[in-house]
Each structure stands twice: as structure tokens, then as C-alpha cells.
Design a binder for this molecule. Structure first.
Ligand code: SF4
Ligand code: SF4
Length: 341
């Protein structure tokens, strides 16, 4: 984002051509390109077995500190110095949790297990891949701020400017700070990897599945007990469904700190038999219905078409929507009726 700061207090004159950082971020998200090189493992410390003992608390503090205090934690013009996110929720899931095999069936065989992605990192660094039971996945929820949610709640067709900035800058920021944490761990001899910033990350349209990536932060967050799925497929957490998610794999045994509900829709009013479907009313293209839940293809078409709007009006290269995540009962928390049940 350093380059982006050069914008100062003006918009780009030729946003179609000049938001290079935004274009790189969008292509990276789809095709696993333009990411900085993976940090190298400190093999000497790794092979000595004298790696420092970083525990769950260390990860919660490290991620919280980055989100609240990192120099790149803010939006850009015209919202300078506003934070992108509120304090995060952080959860852990063990690398040998059987849910990762279930993901191969539910999401598809292309979805990495923690072992598969860590094997790639270990082999690149010339060390033996750790066993699945020696791995953990660190998952985190970055809640979108009240200002941004308020703006998007009034949007009817296209995302609000704060929302569009959050979508783009939030993605770049989370990749930046996760890379810093991963680098710190690798310097200390602890194998670590953020799967979504490797060259083997590739988002594709799969038969019977639609658009999918080989590492779903959302499914990982469910696995870590951070939330359950709503009608619009967003994860409803104790801070709501208006958020961005992130996750990375580490060669440490971290204890899960939350209970995962068996019901993957435990926090959605409609699925729990209450009257709602407000997300469906918010969708400008009727991509959510009681009969078919979330039509991913119709949603994708609408979201993709927002690129032109965001470039023209906000001068940034990003697509987004999120109307169904704002002005809904699950926007900022688990709906009250389900908290009381
Ligand atoms: S708005 Fe209602 S139906 Fe839609 S995801 Fe939230 S709780 Fe479920
Ligand atoms: S993200 Fe937008 S297009 Fe997709 S389901 Fe939600 S409101 Fe509809």
C-alpha cells in the first residue's frame, strides 16, 4: 500500500490504467501471481529442534496488534486514517482434524489439506514435511467497521466506497501482515505458510461447484469454531457476517479455543426456522431464494460487473457487493433470537 499512499488527497486521473496495485491484487487473488517470494526457513534452528514455543496467546496478540496498530491498517483518500477493521476473533484447528478430509468431498478434491500445503513449503526448504498432527491452522475474522457497514447498508445496487476500499485494501493489508507473521515464524525455524499467497493458489470454476479456491478461509473459520454459514453463504460469527477472513498453517500444536457447532447453519434465522430472508430482499439480482439458497453464479455475475462501477466512481481496481451482509439481522452479531435459544 506504500505506493498507494502517493495518491495523497486526489483520485487517479486514469484509474483504468493506473491502479497497478489494485490490478496486481485482483489477479493474485484469482491466479496466485505477483506475490513476494516465500520467506526462507531458518533451517539451522529448525533442524536443531530448539525452536521457540509460540503458543495460542502469542498468535492472538500478534494478529490483534497488527490489525489495530500496523502502519497500513487504514483506508485511503477520502477516508484517511480510518481503520479498515475492528479487533479480530482468532481461532485454531489442528492439522489432523477429520474435517479437512470432509472438505475434499464437500468443496472438492482440489481443496488443500494443511499437510498438502505444508509439504510444498517443507520441500521448497529442503526439510521433511511435518506430520498432520504436528500442524495447526490459525484462522481469524477481521470485522468491518461501523462506518463502512453503515455506508453499505444504504447502498442499493453497488457497494459503497468505504466497502470497496475495505474489500481491496483489507485484502492487501491482511496479506501483508500475515506475511510478516509467517516470516517471523520461518526466521525462528518454525515452518509456516499462508496458502492463498503461494503460486499454487488458483481460483477456478469447477463442475458442480462453481467458482472455488483451493483454500477457503470461510470453511477454515467454520472448522476453527468461529462461525456458521448464512443463506448468503457468509460466515455468521459473534461479530456478524460483515468481515474479511484470513488463515495460515503453522508447524505447531495449537489447542482449538472454540467449540464448532455441528449444524453448519446454527446462527442463521431462516435455517433455524425463524422468519427472515432479509438478505434475499437486499440482493439486487435475486441471487438468494428460499428454494435455492445462494445462487453462486448469479452472485458472481453481479459482483464481477461491479468492477466497472468501482473503477469509474472510486478510482480503484476492485469488484465487490456485500449488500446482503449489511442491514441484515446477522450483520454485526449472531441474531438475538438464536443467542437466547
Ligand atoms: S439475513 Fe437472515 S436469512 Fe439471511 S443469512 Fe442473515 S439470518 Fe440468515
Ligand atoms: S453479494 Fe451481492 S449479488 Fe451476491 S448474493 Fe449478496 S447481495 Fe446478491
Amino acid at each position: 500500500m506504500g505506493n498507494r499512499r502517493k495518491m495523497k488527497d486526489r483520485y487517479r486521473r486514469f484509474p483504468y490504467l493506473s491502479d497497478i496495485e489494485g490490478m496486481k491484487s485482483a489477479i493474485g487473488e484469482m491466479r496466485g501471481k505477483f506475490f513476494p517470494k516465500q520467506p526462507a526457513l531458518n533451517r539451522k534452528v529448525h533442524l536443531s529442534g530448539a525452536v521457540p514455543d509460540m503458543d495460542e496467546e502469542w498468535f492472538v496478540n500478534a494478529i490483534t496488534d497488527k490489525i489495530l496498530h500496523h502502519p497500513e491498517k487504514g483506508l485511503e483518500y477520502p477516508f484517511y486514517d480510518e481503520p479498515i477493521f475492528d479487533a479480530p476473533l482468532v481461532g485454531f484447528v489442528r492439522g489432523n482434524d477429520p474435517i479437512f478430509d470432509q472438505f475434499k468431498e464437500i468443496i472438492g478434491p482440489h481443496h488443500f489439506t494443511p499437510y498438502e500445503i505444508m509439504r510444498w513449503q517443507a520441500e521448497k526448504n529442503g526439510v521433511k514435511p511435518p506430520a498432520p498432527e504436528d500442524l495447526s491452522v490459525v484462522s481469524f475474522v477481521m470485522p468491518i467497521t461501523a462506518n463502512t457497514k453503515k455506508d453499505n447498508a444504504t447502498a442499493k445496487d453497488w457497494p459503497a466506497e468505504r466497502w470497496a476500499q475495505t474489500r481491496m485494501l483489507g485484502e492487501m493489508f491482511s496479506q501483508t501482515f500475515v506475511r510478516e507473521i509467517v516470516t517471523d515464524l520461518m526466521n525462528n525455524g518454525i515452518l509456516a505458510i499462508a496458502p492463498d499467497v503461494t503460486p499454487i493458489f488458483n481460483k477456478k470454476r469447477y463442475p458442480n461447484v462453481g467458482w472455488a479456491s483451493p483454500w477457503s478461509h470461510r470453511h477454515i473459520a467454520y472448522a476453527a469454531g468461529l462461525g456458521t454459514f448464512g443463506m448468503q453463504d457468509f460466515l455468521i460469527t459473534e461479530k456478524g457476517c460483515a468481515h474479511r477472513l484470513g488463515s495460515f498453517v503453522v508447524n505447531l500444536k495449537l489447542a482449538p479455543n472454540r467449540t464448532r457447532p455441528d449444524d453448519i447453519h446454527a446462527y442463521c434465522l431462516h435455517y433455524q426456522g425463524h422468519k427472515c430472508l432479509i438478505c434475499a430482499k437486499r440482493c439486487p439480482v435475486d441471487a438468494i431464494t428460499a428454494e435455492n439458497a445462494h445462487d453462486k453464479e448469479a452472485c458472481y455475475q453481479k459482483v464481477a460487473s461491479s468492477l466497472k462501477y468501482c473503477i469509474k466512481n472510486y478510482h480503484i481496481f476492485i469488484y465487490g457487493c456485500g449488500l446482503c451482509a449489511t442491514r441484515v439481522p446477522c450483520e454485526s452479531g449472531i441474531p438475538k433470537q438464536l443467542q437466547a435459544d
